[in-house]
Write a new protein. Structure first.
Length: 398
């Protein structure tokens, strides 16, 4: 997959609405997790979408027409396209794909409408409810907003959605089906009903997220979007553009086991497939952005999977940025791919925040609390989801 390049990055996260804010927040963690307005559970919202800046002049004529997850995706896409210098006028719009991952699109819309229907006695729901809640909404709005007419769809594989979307987009480009693709993930899950559902699962922390640490008590939900613009090297050369990095390979697997209990073998299979597709030995991976949810089960299982793939004493430096950004579910793969790519670009590894004390069972180099300068040539980003759905992607320098 050495012909697939990364040309643009766009982030809209609790850390800010720009790549610079995102990166600075990762390497110097300071965000404090707190309950969203009206919700008792801890969560991490995006403070501001700045809708007028991102959607003026596009087909998204009013933010009320979009579910929040779609609006986040459109905003992050605007940033990524600006970074890549790519527009529908500068290429063949019929050969630009839009592949977006989302774990549960439309949750905010349903929560708002059910509030009006069941609690406030509104006799019927808004006619906009169905188009706003559709799982495909984000891909549709991006294609309409920016005029892209190639393949456009949403990938739904829970927390692996964003990483799966990146892998599929890269494969479409490698096959020659399209010249470029907008890909990544988006989710806006911080609604009262959705948070209550997650609370009942028993995996939410009551204060903060401590991936791989001894005192970890669970994950913290977040919202956001992370979007990449991928294109073939030939397409980039033709328009005189120098990309940021390469997509070397992607891999995925299914555990075919338990609905919620993670499986080390399945995780390892996805990583191994990504390495095989990339054509690089495991010893060339300099950094892994781990899934690292901060739950007891995930972090133990991911530790075992990493040791299986890289060797018990040879796992490269790794960190979980969920201690800083929270867990944005279907968006997390896109957001964490950005983190891995920026680590590759800057030669700095973002830390695992809130790492108060090591867990002897997670005996890896987790880059605890403080960012670290580190020579990086090749990096991996992992996403592992409920339902036993696993995805990994490998990026390299040009």
């Amino acid at each position: 997959m050495k012909d697939v390049c990364v040309s643009g990055l766009g982030a809209l996260t609790p850390l800010g609405a720009s790549l610079e804010e995102f990166w600075n927040g990762l390497v110097e963690p300071s965000l404090k997790f707190a309950p969203p307005s009206g919700c008792p559970q801890v969560g991490v919202p995006v403070a501001e979408i700045r809708s007028s800046e991102f959607i003026t002049g596009s087909a998204v004529s009013h933010p009320a027409l979009c579910d929040r997850s779609a609006l986040l995706a459109v905003a992050a896409t605007r940033s990524a396209l600006d970074d890549a210098g790519l527009t529908a006028d500068s290429c063949d719009p019929g050969r630009i794909a839009v592949i977006i991952g989302s774990g549960a699109a439309g949750v905010a819309t349903l929560d708002e409408e059910y509030e009006r229907f069941y609690r406030q006695g509104q006799p019927r729901l808004s006619p906009l409810t169905v188009p706003k809640m559709m799982s495909s909404s984000a891909a549709s709005w991006i294609s309409m907003a920016f005029g892209f007419r190639g393949p456009a769809f949403v990938v739904a594989s829970a927390c692996a959605s964003g990483t799966h979307a990146i892998g599929i987009a890269a494969q479409l480009i490698e096959s020659g089906a399209v010249d470029a693709a907008v890909c990544g993930g988006t989710d806006a899950y911080l609604a009262e009903g959705a948070l209550s559902a997650w609370q009942s699962v028993g995996v939410l922390s009551e204060d903060t997220c401590r991936p791989f640490a001894a005192g970890r008590t669970g994950l913290v939900l977040a919202e956001g979007a992370g979007v990449l613009v991928l294109e073939s090297a030939e397409h980039a050369r033709a328009r005189g553009f120098v990309p940021r990095a390469r997509v070397l390979g992607a891999g995925s697997s299914a555990d075919a086991g338990h609905l919620t209990r993670p499986c080390a073998e399945g995780m390892a299979s996805a990583m191994t497939s990504a390495l095989r597709a990339a054509g690089v030995p495991r010893t060339e991976i300099d950094y892994v952005n781990a899934h690292g949810t901060g739950t007891i089960a995930n972090d133990l299982t991911e530790t075992a999977a990493l040791k299986t793939v890289f060797g018990v004493d040879s796992v490269p430096a790794m960190s979980s940025t969920k201690g800083t950004t929270g867990h944005a579910l279907g968006a997390s793969g896109g957001i964490e791919a950005l983190a891995a790519l920026l680590a590759l670009e800057h030669g700095v590894l973002p830390p695992t925040a809130h790492f108060d004390a090591p867990d002897p069972a997670c005996d890896l180099d987790c880059v605890p609390n403080t960012a670290r300068e580190h020579r990086t040539r090749t990096v991996m980003s992992n996403s592992f989801a409920f339902g036993g759905l696993n995805a990994s992607v490998v990026f390299g320098r040009l």
